[in-house]
Design a protein around this ligand. Sequence first.
Ligand SMILES: [Zn+2]
Length: 218
Amino acid sequence: MPQWPMAILGLCLSLGAHAQGITAVLRQSQQRLLEALPLAAAGPRADTVQRSFEQLCQALGIATELHLRVVTGPVVAEAMLGHVVLANETLADAPEGARLFILAHEIGHLVAQDWQAMNSLYLRWIPGEVTPAHTDPVANDLGREASALAHQQELAADAYALHSLRRLGWHTSDAVEAFLLLGRELTHDTATHPSTRRRLALLRGWPSSVLQTDTTGL
Ligand SMILES: [Zn+2]
């Protein structure tokens, strides 16, 4: 679940004079985050996470090449670079339905091409080189727009994950359990994520018409 829009905005602002475009800066930033997290040791926990991921990809008919990276460290799960799902090995200890929901949420980000959409947004605000002269004047508006898009993307990924879970015979309560593991902000929106309370309300009351349609494109 990307924390990156605001973090990357901060990064852009701290880079100073920089001969690169925003797309390269965003990609390098994600790559650094990805490489900073140690890979989990091969073994039963990594295998369990891998099996759940493969089960989902198969059940959802994912045609594109997605890559799972099972890691240790502070991140529970995150979609990165448009094709990688980072998943913590501790997800192996979670109830299966919650694990599937969390992985499906990240797959949802990738299937919906959220990374590409966020890149396009940044590029629209910073079309030239990433320098304070280009980023300072737009930082507030860019931040607001990126935050709004990030919230939309989170809720859509939740809907996708719930749809996926139901397709596999699980229930909304299994999705709700996933939020206990994530331990996110309960009552307040953050820059990148709607509050858990808002996300749960949408999960519990999501219109059936949405869940019955194929939400692969969300
Ligand atoms: Zn997310």
